[in-house]
Design a protein around this ligand. Structure first.
Ligand code: TR5
Length: 141
């Protein structure tokens, strides 16, 4: 609109995404370790010995779930993937499919993996976003 056209992209960004751009990639423990260890609460929708799926605290769609490996093993983001990670990477996507079905997303859904500062990654423990329950648009922002 007229007003927003005067705003720089930085001003138009959500504070969360400003934080993402400020996040420094690192292999240090993240908030997700505390979620895995149940030190802080989350709404878990799926769990097994390898992966955890829980609702995003700032949902961008009626269904917005994060699927993460319980053991990070250096996988801060997809760009750090090594061949040894192939099993867990496949399991993350397969879990996304299971959870999509569990959430009733028969019509479709969106999978997102943000990577690095330009990808707006804010938490450096690899995670698959599962988004659905509304019409998704293309291209993404
Ligand atoms: O930006 P990227 O792709 O790294 O995604 C990180 C996601 O983690 C964002 O969508 C955040 O909304 C989400 N997030 C951040 C926190 C959090 C969370 N989801 C559930 N519970 C959370 N807690 C308790 N704390 C967070 N800082």
């Amino acid at each position: 609109g007229v007003l927003s056209s005067h705003l720089s992209p930085a001003v138009a960004m959500t504070s969360e995404k400003e934080a993402a751009l400020a996040a420094v990639p690192s292999d240090s423990p993240t908030i997700f370790d505390k979620i895995i260890n149940k030190e802080i609460p989350s709404t878990i929708v799926y769990e097994d010995d390898k992966v955890l799926a829980f609702r995003d605290i700032s949902p961008q769609a009626p269904t917005h779930i994060l699927i993460i490996p319980k053991v990070k093993d250096g996988l801060t983001g997809l760009s750090k993937a090594e061949e040894r990670h192939c099993d867990i990477l496949g399991r993350l996507l397969y879990t996304a499919k299971l959870v999509a079905k569990q959430e009733g997303l028969e019509d479709g859904f969106r999978i997102v993996i943000n990577d690095g500062p330009s990808g707006c990654q804010s938490v450096y423990h690899i995670h698959v976003h599962l988004l659905g329950g509304r019409q998704m648009n293309w291209p993404p922002g």
